[in-house]
Every structure is written in C-alpha cells, then in structure tokens.
Design a protein around this ligand. Structure first.
Ligand code: ATP
Ligand code: SF4
Ligand code: MG
Length: 327
C-alpha cells in the first residue's frame, strides 16, 4: 500500500530584503510517498534549494519567511514545529545533503568525530564503544575504510568527502533525505559511483528521497517521480515514464529536453529555451512562462493556468492552458 511521507500544500516562501521581496516559492504542492525518490528539476533560481530549506526549516533568519502553506511529514506539521522540535527531527528523521557538500564538513574535526556527533545527539543511550562500532559500520556502508576514520576532511578526495557527507546524512537512518545537487561538484565517473551508492543505501534503509538536480540524466538513473519547477512553481509532474515517454509536455519541459543532445539523431543545433527566468521580485501576470513560451496564447498573459491530470491513471500533471479546458 502507498503511504504518504511528505506532503507540501500551497507553500509560499519569500525572502524579504531591504530592497525587495523575492517570491522564491509560489503555491507549491508536492507529495513524496514512503520509499520513493522524487527528482526536483529546474534551472538556476527556480526555488529548489528554498523548497528543501523550508522542509528543514533552515531558511535564513528574518529574511527567509514561509508566508503560507503547510509542510506535513507523517503526522508532524513542520511549518508549525518549534526550534526544539526541529532539532529533534533534523539529522534523525529528515537529513539534507547541501548544495555545496564540500563546505558542510568541519575541516578541524576528524571524520569519525563528525559522524559520531550526529549519532550521539539523537541516540543518547549509545555507549562510547557502541558509537565507535556504529561509525565503523557506517563508513563501511558508504565504501570507506574504517582505518581512515581518524583523518581530517582535507586528507580525502572529493568523491570520498562526498561519501563522508552521505554517511553523516544517513547515520541515523532518516525517513527522508533531501539531496541538493549532491554530485554536481564531482567528475562524471565519481558522480556515477556516488549516485549508485545513494540508490543502494536508500533501498537498504528504506529512506525516501527528494533529489534536487538540473540534470535529467541523473533523474532518469535514480528517480521514481519527477517534478519540474519554474519560477517557484511545479509546472509538470509525473512518474519517470510520464516525463521521459509521454508525448504531452509543458512547453518548458519540451525546452529542457530540447537542450540535451540526442546521440541517436543527426541534429544541427540544440533547441534550448530562449530567455531568462522572470524576476522573482516582479513576477508576470498569467502563466509565469508566457514571456519565453513559443506556444503563448492571449489567455496565457492574463490568466494563470491550472495544474491538470493529463492521463486516466492520474500520474501526470501539467500546468498549462494547452491542457486546460478553457483555452
Ligand atoms: N538569502 C536569500 N536572499 C534573497 N534572495 C534569495 C536568497 N536565497 C535565494 N534567493 C533567491 O530566491 C530564488 C530561488 O533561489 P534558490 O536558491 O531556491 O534557487 P535554486 O533553484 O536552488 O537555484 P540553483 O539551481 O542555482 O541552486 C532566487 O531568485 C534567489 O536569488
Ligand atoms: S500556459 Fe500558455 S504561456 Fe504558459 S506554458 Fe502553456 S502555452 Fe505557454
Ligand atoms: Mg539551489
């Protein structure tokens, strides 16, 4: 039976600076079921990291504000959780691998100390010897020799450091892992190894995952579901086969696929989406994509499209007037 783990409803997040209000996430809806991996895809500035930071309640103090909406994790309302509640949840029930993982390790502490720290915080009854044994097990699990546990982060390669970051994130076997571009800083071979490791571990530990990336190749290799994000909104969502095999797509998604070279076809030029994402301090009326859309109609400039199912199985959603009845 499918069990819901994370449910985000009508989430609105802004950054309020002295100069302007940045509308980073706009009426976002998202569901992740138990054991599922959802790929969150979108170009730079789409609001992917802001979404993850909202789930972790780690938005910058005072400037980053959840204006409205609900983030539910099982029976916990994260939007209403106190600082104390969040300290109990972070690292234990929800973990995050940050966009720049290399800087999330403390250069002055040994690797075993950093893994043991998370365990000690959440598993308070663990004795010292037990902690040390568990650190060894976790290092082995991520493919690192426990004999190197007393070394500092700078003594490890980029790929190894990323394994340490994964070890810390998974130490307490969280229910939900938020991975923000976990392999972007790595070369292609190491990237493939790390993704394979993450996939194996998440299956072993039955962890659900929100995988943030701008790489559709990464999505194809690891995700069950995909959500495409544009200007703080989900504009298309579906099972992996809906996104890669359906003939119906949001024009922005078509543009994303048009920007990938297809080695099986002779193509003179790639066909990427022209233009830039709208200014999040001054979002357009109607469909947020209308300024860049090759299929833009009059209605698109004034009326926001609804997100609608495109298939009888209700697995594939598209937010576009081409798929609304009122076009
Ligand atoms: N601390 C902040 N203060 C003001 N604006 C911010 C802040 N952090 C992010 N933003 C803005 O919020 C919007 C969404 O940013 P976010 O980092 O969530 O995008 P992203 O999809 O993760 O992009 P990338 O792929 O580049 O990581 C952007 O317009 C960004 O400039
Ligand atoms: S609603 Fe209109 S402008 Fe927006 S993506 Fe669809 S066709 Fe393009
Ligand atoms: Mg980001």
């Amino acid at each position: 039976m499918v069990e819901r783990l994370l449910e985000i409803k009508d989430l609105n997040v802004v950054y309020e600076t002295d100069e302007a209000v940045v509308h980073a996430v706009n009426n976002l809806n998202l569901v992740i079921n138990k054991g599922e991996t959802l790929g969150l895809v979108g170009e730079t500035g789409a609001g992917k990291t802001t979404t993850a930071l909202s789930i972790m309640r780690l938005l910058p103090d005072k400037t980053g504000i959840i204006k409205s909406g609900k983030i539910g994790l099982e029976n916990i309302n994260i939007t209403k959780a106190t600082k104390y509640d969040m300290r109990l949840l972070r690292g234990n029930v929800i973990s995050m691998i940050f966009q720049d993982p290399m800087t999330s390790l403390n250069p002055t502490l040994t690797v075993d100390y950093q893994i043991a720290e998370v365990l000690a915080l959440h598993k308070r009854d663990m004795k010292k010897a037990e902690l040390s044994k568990r650190v060894d097990e976790i290092l082995e699990m991520v493919g690192l020799p426990p004999s190197r546990k007393h070394e500092y982060p700078h003594q490890f390669s980029g790929g190894m450091k990323q394994r340490v970051v994964i070890a810390i994130a998974l130490a307490c076997e969280p229910k939900l892992l938020l991975a923000d571009e976990p392999t972007t800083a790595l070369d292609v071979t190491i990237q493939a190894q790390i993704l394979k490791l993450m996939k194996e571990l998440k299956e072993k530990l039955d962890t659900s995952m929100l995988l943030i990336t701008h790489d559709l190749g990464v999505v194809a290799g690891i995700c069950d579901k995909v959500a495409i994000m544009y200007a703080g909104q989900i504009i298309e969502q579906g099972m992996i086969e809906d996104i890669f095999e359906s003939k119906y797509h949001h024009p922005y998604t078509e543009g994303l696929f048009g920007a990938i070279p297809d080695l099986s076809k002779k193509t003179k030029r790639l066909n990427p989406v022209e233009g830039l994402m709208p200014d999040p301090t001054d979002l357009p009326t109607g469909c947020f994509f209308h300024v860049r859309c090759r299929k833009c109609m009059d209605i698109c400039k004034t009326k926001e499209p609804e997100i609608k199912w495109t298939n009888a199985d209700k697995t594939h959603l598209i937010k576009c007037h081409l798929f609304n009845d009122n076009k």
